[in-house]
Design a protein around this ligand. Structure first.
Ligand code: NDP
Length: 303
């Protein structure tokens, strides 16, 4: 049982940041335990269907391949990883996690819970997700062949996925409520394609899944119009999973955990690593890996 002993470091989340912290902690002679609510490790790595290209020197075919490597290294190092054991509450003051197996206490606690996708929060969205209408080009690109697709969002992720669709989709509607904020190298080929219609200032007010298609009710300035497509891709950014420590450690106005340069939060002994404490523009695998190293070293030096 996870709670039968007091661990040096209890890490919540088995994504890149959590697993890397555990590997570093073991290397530094600590006894870490990683708690992951899902039955598989990887977190957001599971959403990377294509090659990993934002980690210099590392060339792997997918997020899953990286997860497998991290798990293997964690096992070889002797780090304990418990999948499928959700942490339902945290006491930052006592560095204790509540689980269905009882309390799990660490001499240090690391929050590495990452992000969750932001929702539009409009009528029909729930039904759309439940019915499998929301699809990811990075996962099942062949499915999109010959289809009409609405991509909602104007950041790198939306535009990158619109770009993936260009060789296969029949028509791509890119709907952004503001001017695109995606990097020019991502947006230029998308905007130049004849397949793409970019609707700027377009807000999706309602989603109506029907038998064979989805109708989007769009508000654009004074105009309200309808768009029928075969699939919808929603990429409107993310929100940090900081709920477990909200009200206990300092969060920034967007809900990201505030840390010092070593990953220390406002509560002594409680650390954070990865996207849950990193502003969106700086979120990357390489950042999560570096933060994990800093956190593990800081803990090793302080214990
Ligand atoms: P971003 O936060 O960068 O962009 C979110 C987009 O969604 C914006 O266009 C925003 O519009 C829009 N949006 C937010 N809320 C709503 C809403 N309620 N309704 C409609 N639209 C909304 O998120 P991304 O997921 O695109 O990117 C996340 C991070 O990952 C970024 O830092 C990005 O740079 C990085 N990334 C990098 C890639 C790469 O380098 N290859 C690829 C993919 C992601 P508004 O501007 O009006 O707020």
């Amino acid at each position: 049982m996870a709670g039968d002993r007091r661990w040096d470091v209890v890490i919540v989340g088995a994504g890149m940041a959590g697993l890397a912290t555990a590997i570093w902690a073991r290397r530094l002679g600590l006894e870490p335990l990683v708690l992951e609510r899902e039955h598989r490790a990887g977190g957001q790595l599971n959403q990377i269907g294509g090659r990993i290209f934002d980690y210099p020197g590392l060339d792997l075919p997918s997020g899953q391949a990286l997860t497998e490597r991290l798990l293997r290294q964690a096992a070889e190092a002797g780090a304990a990883v418990r999948l499928g054991l959700p942490v339902t509450a945290v006491s930052a003051a006592t560095r204790t996690c509540t689980t269905s197996e009882g309390p799990v206490e660490g001499r240090a606690l690391v929050i590495a819970t990452g992000l969750r996708a932001r929702r539009l929060e409009v009528e029909g969205e729930q039904e759309l997700y439940a019915g499998g209408w929301v699809r990811r080009p990075s996962h099942d690109l062949p499915w999109f062949r010959g289809r009409r697709v609405a991509v909602i969002g104007g950041g790198d992720r939306a535009v990158e996925n619109a770009g993936l669709l260009l060789p296969v989709a029949r028509r791509v509607h890119l709907l952004s409520r503001s001017p695109l904020r995606a990097r020019p190298d991502l947006s230029a080929p998308v905007l130049a394609s004849e397949k793409v219609a970019h609707h700027e200032g377009a807000r999706v007010a309602r989603l109506l899944p029907r038998r064979e298609a989805v109708t989007l009710e769009v508000v654009q300035g004074e105009r309200r119009w309808e768009l029928e497509v075969d699939a919808v891709c929603i990429y409107i950014g993310n929100q940090p999973n900081s709920q477990l420590v909200a009200g206990q450690v300092e969060l920034d106005p967007q809900g990201y955990i505030v840390t010092d340069r070593y990953g220390q939060t406002s509560v002594p002994g409680v650390f954070a690593a990865g996207d849950v404490c990193t502003p969106p523009a700086y979120q990357s695998l390489v950042m999560a890996g570096g933060q994990a190293m800093a956190v593990a070293k800081r803990i090793a030096l302080s214990l």
